[in-house]
Structure formats: C-alpha cells, structure tokens
Design a protein around this ligand. Sequence first.
Ligand SMILES: Cc1ncc(C[n+]2csc(CCOP(=O)(O)OP(=O)(O)O)c2C)c(N)n1
Length: 363
Amino acid sequence: MTVAASFEIRFTRYLLPDGREAADLPSFASDPRALVPDYRAMVFMRALDAKAVAMQRTGQIGTYASTLGKEAIDAGIGRVLHKEDVLLPSYRESGVLMLRGVSPHRTLLYWGGDERGNVFPESPRDFPFNVPIGTQLPHAAGVAYAMKLRKEPRVALVMCGDGATSKGDFYEAMNAAGVWQLPLVIVAVNNHYAISVPRHMQTKAQTIAQKAIAAGIDCEQVDGNDLIAVRDGVGRAVEKARTGGGPTLVEALTYRLSDHTTADDATRYRSAEEVAQHWKEEPILRLRTWLHAKGAWAQEQEQALAKDAAVHVQKMVQAYLETPPPGPEQMFEHLYASLPKQYIGQVTQLTEEAESHVEHHAG
Ligand SMILES: Cc1ncc(C[n+]2csc(CCOP(=O)(O)OP(=O)(O)O)c2C)c(N)n1
C-alpha cells in the first residue's frame, strides 16, 4: 500500500494566553500602537454586549445572542475586509458589523424584534443577521460566484459556528467554491458549543478546518482569542481570494463565555471550572497585557476608554429607545424586493382598517 494523498492542518498563534509572544510577529504588528484601534473596538464590543444582556434582563429587548469571548475574531475580520467586500453574518456577528460601519443601535433594534435593525444602510451590500443555521453559506457561494463572473476584485466572507459545519449547506458551499475557485472566505467560529451540544459530540473530525480538504480548498486554524493571529490568517485568506487564489476555510478557535443566548442557562450543561479555565484565555486581557508590555497602552488610557465606551453605549441605547415602534405594515417589508400581487390586497385592507380605526376613535 502507498500513500495516495496526505494533508496537514496549520495552526497560527502569535500571542500566548498570558500575552507573551509565541512567534515572530507579522509586519502589521511590528508597531504595537497600530493595534490600539483594534483593542478599542474589542472593548466597545464587550461594553455593548454587557448592555444588551442587561436590556434583555429588564425587558427592553427580546432574546439576544452574546458575543462575549469572540471579540478578537470580530475585530480581526472587521479590520481585514474592504468596504466593497460582502459580509454574510450569522446572528452572533454584531461586532464585525460595528466595524463595517453599521450603527450598533441596529443590533438592539433587531433583537428588540424590529426588522429595521436588519437593514444596514452604512454597509448596504452586507447580508442581514441570519438565524437559520448554515443557510448563509450557499448564499455566500452565490455572492462570490457573482463577483467572479463580473471579474470584480471583491471577496465574500461568511461566518458560521462549529455546529453549522455539520449542515449540508456548509459542504455544498465549500464544494461549489472549490470547483469554481470562488473568492470566498469561510470563517467557522469554533466556540466549542452549539447551544448545549459540545464540540466533541458535534463531530468526530479532529479539526473543523479539515472538513475543507474533501472539497479541495485551503484551510487552516487560527487562535481566535489572538487578534494578531485572526488578522494574519483571515487577512491572508481574504487577499488570496481577492487576487484570484480561490477560497479558504479558516477555523477560529475560541470559547463561548456566555450562555448560548439569553434564553439559555449554560450552567445546566457545563461546569464553572470549565468556564473559569477559558476566562484565562480570553482575547481582551491577552491583547491588553501585550500592549502594556510593549509600552503602547497605559492604565490612564484604560480608564478613559471605559468612559468613552460607556458614553457610546448610552448613545446607542438612546437611539434605540427613541426609534418609534414599527407600524403593522412593516410585516410586509424586508422580505421581497417588490411585493407579490397576492399581498397587495392585504396591504390595502390593513390600511383601510387602520384608517377606520382612527376614524372610530376620533368619532
Ligand atoms: C436550520 C436550523 N436548525 C436549528 C436551529 C436552532 N439553533 C439555533 S442556534 C443552534 C446552534 C448553533 O450552533 P453553532 O453553529 O455552533 O453556532 P453558535 O451559536 O455557537 O455561534 C441551533 C441548532 C436553527 N436556528 N436553524
């Protein structure tokens, strides 16, 4: 017997959990001050996230999916994408959207049950939050196919969870991307849980990254709690896709420090010790420790940043609370580019009923 083919999965990490360097840094990190904007963005994300959870607890928004622990992934992706690229998020990607220029008050609107929160005028080509698991992946292959047909130097970047990589959609998207050599980057955010299903019960595969090998597309793992590793790995994949080098699957390893959503109670299926262990690896402390050690960040700046973040979060909350509630006609919006004729009669009926309701009350 001989070997027909062999493969390996590379793993990229520059910062160890304690903030020390694990390898020679890529050139974009040679001046640590250049990474301060990423750090600031990560702190803003965490402040917004904490506020959103508190707003759900006090009945001001509905169910909310926390981003706690994945800030380096969101900041890294936000930094390497170009304006003209297209992001296809899952429901947990409000951090990346913030860096795409989308006002975070839209995230509150969305989780407050208002579909207008899923409209992103600041980055109009990006796709909305996507709750059906994995369906954004074939959409992303389609977007990348259109870019290729039009010979545009643009990239589609789609994000999904580890659980989504068990779906057919994931394999179908990778297969199409491989055959057609599409400008597609798939980032699988491996946070070790799909609601209560741990990674080891999700798949027997040694890595999520290796799932791309069957589709003949490049793949690698990055430490998703290391901002530098995310920027490096996803950045290389994005530029390769942009310059005709084809698709890549990047598995970003992290840990969901929160409940799955505010409707979940993770203490029922994982231990406090396990969670405490992962807090030692979290991305914000890691980057801050490194920036401090490099003399690029000081304690006074930290305090000023915390204040800035609190003010910004409060502005977002205000913008959300001051948005008038959607009218009933909103149920016909946001689904079709032009409303099918079957619905038009219903819109007329709704308007007439609303008017007679007003007259009735006025009379
Ligand atoms: C098609 C479909 N099936 C089931 C669900 C219910 N569901 C919501 S989240 C989730 C788990 C997703 O886990 P993962 O892909 O790892 O993403 P994470 O939430 O960890 O970011 C499931 C099964 C759904 N939203 N869509």
